[in-house]
Design a binder for this molecule. Sequence first.
Ligand code: DHB
Ligand code: MG
Length: 224
Amino acid sequence: MENAVSYAIKNDFYLVENLIEEDAFLKKALETTRENNLPEMEVSSAHGKFLYLLAKIKNASRILELGTYCGYSTIWLAKALSSGNGIIKTIECNETYANIAQKNIKNAGLQNKVKILRGDAAELLNKLILEKEEPFDMIFIDADKLNYPKYLELSLQLSTSGTIIYGDNVLRGGKLSNVSNPDSRGEGVRKFIEDLGKTKTLESTVLQTVGIKGFDGFSLSIVK
Ligand code: DHB
Ligand code: MG
């Protein structure tokens, strides 16, 4: 049966065909997910290009990513870095994912622009804070949804005025506000959104999206 989501999926194919040119390395990164029988949970092509455009609009030279997965969004972001010496630090706790991402990033010739930090995101963020890491221009939160509130709190300590903070997958397949059907990831994301609203140093919004990944959405914030 045709419904809004099935139209949106067809639209996504049409839009991507007309607007988005993926180089061989981006295609390869997507292929490795399938070759390894892993879930296709990276951002869509249109969404990857959106992140790339956002990083370009921001003229970002320092990007932090939480949740590397197989490196697909990392490659999009690396392609957008403003200067020759721009850097992405990307955190991944799963060794298999980190190894695949490392290969994809090397294959794309981006190994000098991307540093994969392996381990628990909260621990690694705390380490960066302790080591007085320079603030990032853009922070892409795409790791385990349950811990989004903690990641926000730590990300704020690695930010400065103008830093963009982006939260992926905050709609829980459209069921975000269905509190009668509790799931811990939904609760993590709801707390994250409520924290965004309460954080007076942030200006935030959330957009709901529909496309190849079904019903989805993201938050976008800027540090005042
Ligand atoms: C899931 C996680 C993601 O970051 C995503 O973009 C899609 C799905 C998941 O955990 O299922
Ligand atoms: Mg995601």
